[in-house]
Design a protein around this ligand. Structure first.
Ligand code: AMP
Length: 209
């Protein structure tokens, strides 16, 4: 199964993607996680991406499309995959089409801007890709990852002024993808709920799993 998660930053794509990934035994590919890792290790791509990612802007299409092309040919993607954070622009979706990749389902998690701002202030992340929230989805001890035990951190781009610009970018650049995939008949929408497990129930139902 090939699934794309759409939604504003902080809508819960990563959290739901992780759950579905475990259930279906297919990998989640998060361009955001790949970019943050590259920035941290200082690769050439990371150095190119840094100024965009840290200011909340989108990394240029050619860079992100390159990342996806490299990742999707790996053997673990053969039985399907979940894309979290890609595509984010119409040209990126067109690039996926050009690669001969047609998603089975594109699931958009809908959350209002006000709620997004509230959620981002409580988000805590681990470098392994796991994501928590101080109120809605805390880790067991509140400070370390339940999966790998590493210390949780606050993403730089979750600062309130950066969140505002990320939301603007989402509405102008990414939201048009809903029409793009609706026209192909693959779009499904789920209302993001306060509790993670409630959103998960709706997500699994929508995916028919
Ligand atoms: P995320 O973790 O998905 O919120 O991504 C963090 C940041 O990485 C974004 O704010 C962008 O700067 C960059 N990024 C991730 N995915 C993409 C993409 N598909 N297109 C452009 N930039 C991206």
């Amino acid at each position: 199964m090939k699934i794309i998660f759409l939604g504003a930053p902080g809508a819960g794509k990563g959290t739901q993607a992780e759950i579905v990934s475990e259930r279906l035994g297919i990998p989640t590919i998060s361009t955001g996680t790949i970019i943050r890792e590259a920035i941290k290790t200082g690769t050439e791509m990371g150095m190119k991406a840094r100024k965009y990612a840290e200011s909340g802007a989108l990394v240029p299409d050619d860079v992100v499309i390159g990342i996806i092309k490299e990742r999707l040919v790996k053997p673990d993607c053969q039985n399907g995959f979940i894309l979290d954070g890609f595509p984010r622009t119409v040209p990126q979706a067109e690039a996926l089409d050009a690669m001969g990749i047609a998603p089975d389902v594109v699931l958009s998690i809908e959350v209002s801007d006000d709620k997004i701002v509230e959620r981002m202030s409580g988000r805590r992340v681990c470098e392994c890709g796991a994501s928590y929230h101080t109120l809605y989805n805390p880790s067991k001890d509140g400070a370390h990852c339940d999966k790998c035990g590493k210390e949780l951190t606050i993403r730089r781009d979750d600062a309130p002024e950066v969140v505002k610009s990320r939301l603007e970018t989402y509405h102008t650049m990414t939201e048009p993808l809903k029409d793009y995939y609706a026209a192909k008949g693959t779009l499904k929408c789920v209302e993001g709920q306060e509790r993670v497990e409630d959103t998960t129930a709706l997500t699994l139902k929508s995916l028919g799993i």
